[in-house]
Design a binder for this molecule. Sequence first.
Ligand SMILES: C[S@@+](CC[C@H](N)C(=O)[O-])C[C@H]1O[C@@H](n2cnc3c(N)ncnc32)[C@H](O)[C@@H]1O
Length: 469
Amino acid sequence: MLGIMAAPGCSPVGIDKSAFVVRLPRVALRIPKQKSHRVASLLSKYLLDMPRVKHIVEDPQDPSMRLLLFSEAIAQPDLEGVSEEKILAVKEIVPLDVVQHEVVLDYSYWPVEHILKEILPAGCHIAHLNLREDLLTYKKIIAEVILDKNPKLKTVVNKVGTITNEFRVPEFEILAGEPSLVTEIKQHGATFRLDYGMVYWNSRLEGEHKRLFAQFKPGQVIVDMFAGIGPFAIPAAQQGCAVYANDLNPTSVKFLKLNSDINKVGESIKAFNLDAREFMRKLVTEEEGCVGEIASSTLIAENSLNGTRIPSSKENSSSLTEGSDMPSSKKPEERKAKKAKVSEVVKMKISDVKPWEHFDHVVMNLPASALEFLDVLNGLLCKGRWKGTMPRVHCYCFMRSNETNADIVKKAETYLGGSIADPDVYVVRDVAPNKIMLCVSFNLPEEVAIAVTATEPAALDQNDALSLE
Ligand SMILES: C[S@@+](CC[C@H](N)C(=O)[O-])C[C@H]1O[C@@H](n2cnc3c(N)ncnc32)[C@H](O)[C@@H]1O
């Protein structure tokens, strides 16, 4: 990145590779090839120490000779700074022939892999930058260099401003490459197709998704009120759960449905496109059908219409993130073992589930306002119809530095309308200097959730069925 910043005169259209050339004058010791390693080990602490730059190079004047390049600190021809003792030891092996040499770092020298390792989710072909203010002047050239150095990448974008819309979708400026933001990401053995410009996705939640779905057991029923494109729902279904997954964003629900099909868990997930409160009420009052279900064919048709070509999973499998700790970096045997394990899991059919009788977990990942949605759980379940234990709620929220865990639990209790016993408050991640994301988990108190007056389940009103086709 330093090389990019230091490069003056870069045109935003195309890359002027000559602008990336940096010349470093260095003092060197000229010695015969056969003695070079012996002398280099004597002088090691004085020699050039730069990543990917050799400190022993061939003498351009004579291929039988080598140049030992000194660090910037040894800049004088008399090798001032090197101990007398070392100089004497060297002189016993070779004559002290000190010359000047120029180290040339060209365009190919400047790496971008380390940047991408942090920002590029496995399988993805879109590099999503979040450039600092002082780098914005160079945004186009930064993007073009990243694209140029990584043939598997198709698009480089920069996040613009803060997220304010209710679907939590950031605004992106396309800096280089193809204008499409449709891509595929691998996470925990699942494939997620998404349109970065239309749906919420945050790869920093990868660990949190896993922490939570690892708590779900095969055969359990999961209710995800703010499901996005399915990072909780799909792995949960893959490990043998049935999932009711809802999102207000119709595009998220279309991708959720498509991802259910891609990951072969379509029979275990029912997708809804409703406001979360409405979704919860419908879930426990309807006995048949699937209100809000979205046909994945709609999405496939849209993608082919706009000409978007999404690289296949196969193409992406050897992506840049190979060698990182992302799932794609797994060795083939590990991947095979994982696949075998997934296929051993008995998938649960959503059609066999009666959510008005029982569900096990409620996931609420809308940190900006999920606490407020806890009110929908008050009196939600019907006495005489509910069976078994009470569901465990996982409600995400933000906490400011002037707040305590107790303040957050108090807020949760206020919205829920009842007290919470033994809440588990887990710190998910730092969001800003004064803000962290938390997950508050607790068992839904029976006295809060079960309605005092038992009512018969309402009949399904077919007019409620939502079609996005
Ligand atoms: C922070 S994202 C979480 C998505 C997903 N669970 C994840 O972990 O990536 C919150 C999601 O809630 C959806 N959302 C916002 N308001 C909603 C509402 N009132 N009812 C249902 N979903 C809503 C947004 O569209 C967004 O996809």
